[in-house]
Ligand binder design. Structure first.
Ligand code: PEP
Length: 252
């Protein structure tokens, strides 16, 4: 099955509205001709509308970095699916390792967020990944299975088809130490096999699994060239439009 590559940039808590606008102006001409690669940007909430206005029409996805599962309520500092959509978002990151580690996000909460995103019309991107200690201790597959089961068990086959998985080994995020292409391929193949055993071969063949963790212009081609690596979720290197465009080109 042909899966269109997808390259997404997670800006985290970087860029003001003015900086976001400048970035969009710089990025657009660099990715204009890249018809065979899907592209998305995850700006901070305050810049969602600017990014959507500037590059949404070019078919570039605009994703929130988190969402609350409730439609509205007394949840200070949180944001709902409808609010993200109102600001121009088309998708949302769920379970980024920083949200899990620094803000106590659990697999149970992610199951609720995933259901809310699907019901609310946002493309969900579920991030999973093991810590360095878990990889060293031979616990990677158990950890990834727990994260997949915790968030996705209740989903129907047609819902699973709307989810993108981002495999992001925690030891590779923001460390400059990417997984080798071999480790990425082996782990992505494991994830695809886990989806096949839970949701069927058809879902497994169709679902996109992105790699994230210190993807840079100089290692992107080797990582993205692996058969089960369907794209990249890029943190630090996505802050520069030239570097991000170079990574997107490597996916094409
Ligand atoms: C991320 O935060 O999703 C990420 C992959 O970061 P970096 O590319 O900086 O490792």
């Amino acid at each position: 099955m042909e899966r269109t590559p997808l390259v997404a940039g997670n800006w985290k808590m970087f860029k003001t509205r003015a900086e976001a606008a400048d970035y969009c102006s710089a990025l657009l001409p660099l990715v204009d001709e890249l018809d065979e690669v899907d592209i998305a940007i995850c700006p901070p909430y305050t810049a969602l509308d600017i990014v959507a206005e500037r590059i949404g029409d070019a078919g570039i996805g605009v994703w929130g970095q988190n969402v609350h599962d409730a439609p509205e309520g007394a949840f200070t500092g949180e944001i709902s699916c409808a609010m993200l959509i109102d600001a121009g978002a088309t998708g949302v990151l769920l379970g980024h390792s920083e949200r899990r580690a620094l803000f106590g996000e659990t697999d149970e909460a992610l199951a609720r967020k995933l259901a809310a995103a699907l019901a609310g019309g946002l493309e969900p991107v579920l991030c999973i990944g093991e810590s360095e200690a878990e990889r060293d201790g031979g616990e990677t597959e158990r950890r990834l299975s727990t994260q997949l089961d915790g968030a996705m068990t209740a989903l129907s086959g047609s819902q699973v088809l709307q989810v993108t998985i981002a495999y992001e080994p925690v030891w590779a995020i923001g460390t400059g130490r990417s997984a080798t292409p071999e480790i990425a391929q082996e782990t992505h193949a494991f994830i695809r096999g886990a989806i096949a055993s839970r949701h069927g071969e058809e879902c497994a063949a169709a679902i996109r699994i992105l790699y994230g963790g210190s993807v840079k212009p100089d290692n992107a081609a080797a990582l993205l060239g692996q058969p089960d690596v369907d794209g990249a979720l890029v943190g630090g290197a996505s802050l520069d439009p030239q570097g991000f465009a170079a990574i997107a080109r490597a996916a094409g």
